[in-house]
Design a protein around this ligand. Structure first.
Ligand code: EPU
Length: 352
């Protein structure tokens, strides 16, 4: 993009700024030192239409960034990176025991979880401490400890770059799946600007996922509340998953693969220890972490690229690994699992 030379090195507008040839090193949790030809920092969603109307940006490939916690940059970005840091959380309305809470895309997800819990609203407790922004949450339908975001979504607001208009999607229109949504399937088309959740006043705690009740017992929480469950989940996550502030990572790097009944039965017979969960349609979801660990990759590294010692699903950057090195290592893991078990592992984060 620099061949145009019409973009200033830095331009500041109301609610946004634009920077040329910007480093993304501090903006992705895998800590890949890649650069963007143009970096747009958006602080007010009202400025989005104005910014996207700039001829330089109008039809350019666009990468939308929140906290960069679910992203692997395998090389420099030749186009535009749009970083959203818009702020604001509010209760929109409340009736029949449910409140609707609207949050701007740039808010931190865990902050929103605690904002709602602090106001007596339940539902998000199992999703505590998931890294990333509110805007990123519906794109991959974040989930943990037996709960997925999808069940609480009222509306997603997103700018449609094709129609050049702001659109509102109800939960059905988002077409959520396991770590998947309409927004993920049409990359680059929608820019999520806000999320409205519908949350109950009366908790319906979900404690069945392995380890949750044990953690509450260890905390001596005999009468668990949503806030105590969030605390238990946070403790579990801190213990099991490497902290991106300490070592570069993007959470689970691989999705748990879903296989048909015949393959699940064959694998289960050959490997009785393999954890798996029924999908309701005969298919089973397998533990990718177990497959990777058995393939010998847990804790393994090549240079600065590796798999975490704590959890086999997590790709880590021990220091100065490039995006290309991290991706090459991840592909070796995929090949090893394919060869050993005949199962294809899909990457979960966005690979750029
Ligand atoms: N396991 C291993 N080796 C390991 C880690 C786990 O064999 O190194 C086995 C465990 O014994 C367990 C099974 O794998 O039986 C499942 O492990 P865990 O409970 O840690 O869950 P997961 O399926 O590996 C998923 C999500 C996580 C989420 C946890 C807890 C995906 C891709 N990952 O991991 O989400 O926190 O469940 O709900 O679905 C993320 O998406 O970034 C993420 C961290």
């Amino acid at each position: 993009m620099s061949e145009f030379r019409v973009a200033p090195a830095r331009l500041d507008g109301a609610g946004y700024s634009i920077l040329e040839d910007a480093s993304l090193a501090g903006r992705n949790t895998l800590r890949v030192d890649a650069r963007a030809a143009l970096l747009v920092d958006l602080r007010a969603s009202a400025a989005l239409a104005e910014v996207l109307a700039f001829p330089l940006l109008a039809n350019a490939p666009l990468l939308v960034l929140g906290e960069g916690s679910n992203l692997l940059l395998t090389r420099d970005v030749p186009g535009v990176v749009l970083s959203l840091s818009t702020r604001g959380i509010a209760v929109v309305d409340e009736r029949d025991g449910y409140a609707r809470v609207r949050a701007e895309a740039g808010e931190n997800w865990n902050d929103l979880v605690h904002w709602t819990l602090g106001r007596g609203l339940a539902g998000l407790e199992n999703l505590a401490l998931i890294p990333g922004t509110v805007g990123a949450a519906p794109i991959q339908n974040i989930g943990a400890y037996g709960v997925e975001l999808a069940e609480f979504v009222d509306t997603v607001e997103a700018w449609d770059r094709e129609a050049k208009t702001l659109r509102r999607f109800d939960a059905a229109a988002c077409a959520f799946g396991y770590r998947d949504s309409l927004f993920k399937r049409e990359p680059g088309r929608h820019i999520v600007t806000a999320l409205t959740l519908r949350l109950p006043r009366t908790p319906a705690l979900r404690l069945d996922y392995a380890g949750v009740r044990e953690e509450l017992a260890a905390m001596r929480a005999d009468a668990p509340t949503p806030a105590l469950v969030a605390e238990a989940i946070s403790r579990l996550r801190r213990r099991k998953l490497p902290d991106p502030a300490v070592i570069g990572n993007a959470g689970s790097f691989f999705k748990n693969p879903v296989v048909d009944a015949a393959q699940a039965a064959a694998l289960g017979a050959a490997h009785p220890q393999l954890p798996s969960w029924p999908q309701g349609d005969g298919r089973r979801k397998l533990s990718a972490a177990w497959l990777i660990e058995q393939a010998g990759y847990k804790g393994r590294r090549d240079g600065d690229a590796g798999i975490a010692a704590q959890h086999a699903l997590v790709l880590v950057n021990h220091g100065k690994a490039s995006g290309a090195e991290l991706w090459a290592f991840a592909q070796r893991v995929q090949a090893a699992v394919q060869e050993r078990f005949g199962v294809a592992l899909e990457a979960e984060p966005r690979i750029v």
